[in-house]
Each structure stands twice: as structure tokens, then as C-alpha cells.
Design a protein around this ligand. Structure first.
Ligand SMILES: Nc1nc2c(c(=O)[nH]1)N[C@@H](CN(C=O)c1ccc(C(=O)N[C@@H](CCC(=O)O)C(=O)O)cc1)CN2
Length: 303
């Protein structure tokens, strides 16, 4: 038997913007302490191509860095950059002492071997927590502290839920989507002893999706399918975390807007819901900063 997280009919908001702001204020203090000891954390970004979304995300990451006192290093390559040119840029960031952590903005252009690029990143500088070594630690360290970066979006989702006073221990979580940045790693994080949730990972081959979602105390919707979580699929009081980022033109304004995986009716049945935008996105950005600060703190502790 599972218990709904709340019994209310009007969903409360998992406010990612406010939570991210609070985390950034905490990080600012930690960055000041590092700088006082002669260490300036520096985030590098590698952006390939001119995709407007990716450009916007990367610009946001550098604005966030400025806010908390982290230095910024940008490496931008044109959309027709070759595999070799991209790999050379990764090597330069690996070797740059000013860059204490960096990310390769995803997706990379078609034809580029993304796994080969990500595997070249120095695991000690992997600010996204997506290097096989760091993902491997997440697999292996079920019960101990993990002294390496965690994937930003999964970590942000757990923080967002827990900082709203919701315990995940013993909860049934259904995840929609098996992508590398969210769906696959979040189960590893949620099933660590410190969190202790029970997780079902669903994907395009899953049968009876609606029945599985209906049992869930917490739904993490990262399928990238607009409105895939409908009202009839949601247990009253459940926690809905909307990770989907699809784009649609607003019929009233003619402007492009974000459409999530959670339909508006589903949000009415839930106990808690993350707005989209304003939920998981700001938390992803805050967790990237946390990874950079923690890497610098660990390096200082080892000197
Ligand atoms: N190397 C990585 N690439 C990508 C990641 C990632 O974590 N690492 N995730 C996404 C993009 N992403 C960060 O890079 C990201 C997406 C969205 C947001 C965000 O704050 N979104 C806003 C809304 C923005 C809008 O209106 O379009 C929000 O949710 O409020 C931040 C980061 C893929 N690539």
C-alpha cells in the first residue's frame, strides 16, 4: 500500500526559482571562503553550433557563475566543427588550470560521437557528473558519501523535493524517459540508502504506462512528450515533477513557449507540482554551480 504525499486537491508549487536562488546564496558564501584561501573556481563550457536553445542555456550558466563569484571560460565552435576539433577543445579545457570544472553542452551536432567526447573529459573536472567514472561511482556507492559530481538535473529534482519538506523514503517513484541526463541516472540517485525511494523507469517500450503512473507517489516526467501525463493517470495528492521541454507556438501571442510533459488537468489532481518553466530548469543550473564549488572544495582539502 502506498500513501499519497498530501490529500489536498489544489497542488502546491515546487518552486524551482526560489529554491535555486536560496542555493545560489549559500554557494556565494562558499565561493567567498574559497577565494579567501586563494582558490577561484572556474566553470568552462564547450558549445558547438548555433542552436538558439543551447546558446541561451550556456549564456545562463555564465550569468549564474557571475552571480556567485565563479570565473567563466567559454569555448565556442561552429556547427561544422569536426570530431577532432571538438576533442581538441575538450583537451584544452582539461589542461586549463583556470577551469576547475566544465561541461559539454548537449546535444552535440548530428554525426558527432557524443560518448567519445564525454569520455575524454577529465572525470575530476566533469561538472555535469556524466563521465562514465562518475556515473560508475553512483552505481557502486549505494551507502557511502559520493565524493564526485552528481548529474545536475537528477540532483536538482531530489533537492527540489526535499527542500519542500517532502520525504522520498519508501515512496513509489515512476520516471518517464530513459535519457542519459535524467531518466537513467535519477533511479540510481533515488534508490541510494540516503534517499530510499522505490523506482520504476518507464520508456517507449513500456506497457500499461497509465497503470504504473497511477500507483506513483512521485512522477518524474522526462519523456519530452507534451502533456503525456494526463489527469486520469495521477493518484490524488501525488508529487509531479515536470522535466519535459517541448516548444509550441502560443495561439494567442504567436510566440514560442515551453510545453511540459504534465498536462494542466494532471496538475489539478496532484498534491505538489513543479512549474515549467520555473521548476527543474533553475535547479539544474544551481546544481551545476554546486558541482563546481564542491570540486574546488575537495581539491583544496587535498592540498
Ligand atoms: N551538458 C548538458 N547539456 C544539457 C543539459 C545538461 O544538464 N547538461 N540539460 C539540458 C539543457 N539545460 C542545461 O544545459 C537547461 C535547460 C533548461 C534550463 C532552464 O532554466 N529552463 C527554464 C526555461 C527556459 C525557457 O523558457 O526555454 C526553466 O525551466 O525555468 C536550464 C538548463 C540539455 N542539455
Amino acid at each position: 500500500m502506498t500513501t499519497p504525499v498530501t490529500g489536498e486537491t489544489t497542488a502546491r508549487v515546487l518552486d524551482g526559482k526560489a529554491t535555486a536562488s536560496a542555493i545560489k546564496a549559500e554557494l556565494r558564501t562558499r565561493v567567498d571562503a574559497l577565494r579567501a584561501q586563494g582558490v577561484t573556481p572556474g566553470l568552462g563550457t564547450l558549445l558547438v553550433g548555433e542552436d538558439p536553445g543551447s546558446q541561451w542555456y550556456v549564456a545562463g550558466k555564465h550569468r549564474d557563475c557571475a552571480e556567485v563569484g565563479i570565473a567563466s571560460i567559454r569555448a565556442d565552435l561552429p556547427g561544422d566543427a569536426t570530431q577532432e576539433e571538438i576533442e581538441a577543445a575538450v583537451r584544452r579545457l582539461n589542461e586549463d588550470p583556470a577551469c576547475t570544472g566544465f561541461i559539454v553542452q548537449l546535444p552535440l551536432p548530428k554525426g558527432i560521437d557524443t560518448n567519445r567526447v564525454l569520455e575524454l573529459v577529465d572525470p575530476g573536472k566533469d561538472a555535469d557528473g556524466l563521465h562514465p567514472t562518475n556515473l560508475g561511482r553512483l552505481v557502486l556507492r549505494v551507502n557511502e558519501d559520493i565524493d564526485s559530481p552528481l548529474p545536475c538535473t537528477p540532483r536538482g529534482i531530489v533537492e527540489l523535493i526535499e527542500r519542500h519538506g517532502i520525504s522520498l523514503a519508501g515512496k513509489e517513484v515512476v520516471v518517464l524517459g530513459r535519457g542519459v541526463t535524467v531518466g537513467r541516472p535519477i533511479g540510481l540517485l533515488l534508490t541510494r540508502r540516503a534517499v530510499n525511494a522505490t523506482v520504476t523507469l518507464t520508456h517507449t517500450g513500456t506497457k500499461e504506462l497509465a497503470d504504473l503512473v497511477r500507483r506513483a507517489d512521485v512522477v518524474v516526467a522526462a519523456a519530452g512528450v507534451p502533456g503525456i501525463v494526463t489527469g486520469d493517470m495521477v493518484k490524488p495528492g501525488a508529487v509531479l515533477v515536470d522535466v519535459g521541454v517541448s516548444r509550441a507556438t502560443d495561439p494567442e501571442t504567436g510566440r514560442s513557449r515551453v510545453v511540459g510533459d504534465v498536462s494542466p488537468e494532471a496538475a489539478e489532481v496532484a498534491g505538489w507540482v513543479s512549474p515549467n518553466p520555473g521548476g527543474v530548469g533553475p535547479m539544474t543550473r544551481a546544481m551545476l554551480l554546486a558541482n563546481v564549488v564542491e570540486t574546488a572544495e575537495r581539491a583544496l582539502a587535498q592540498t
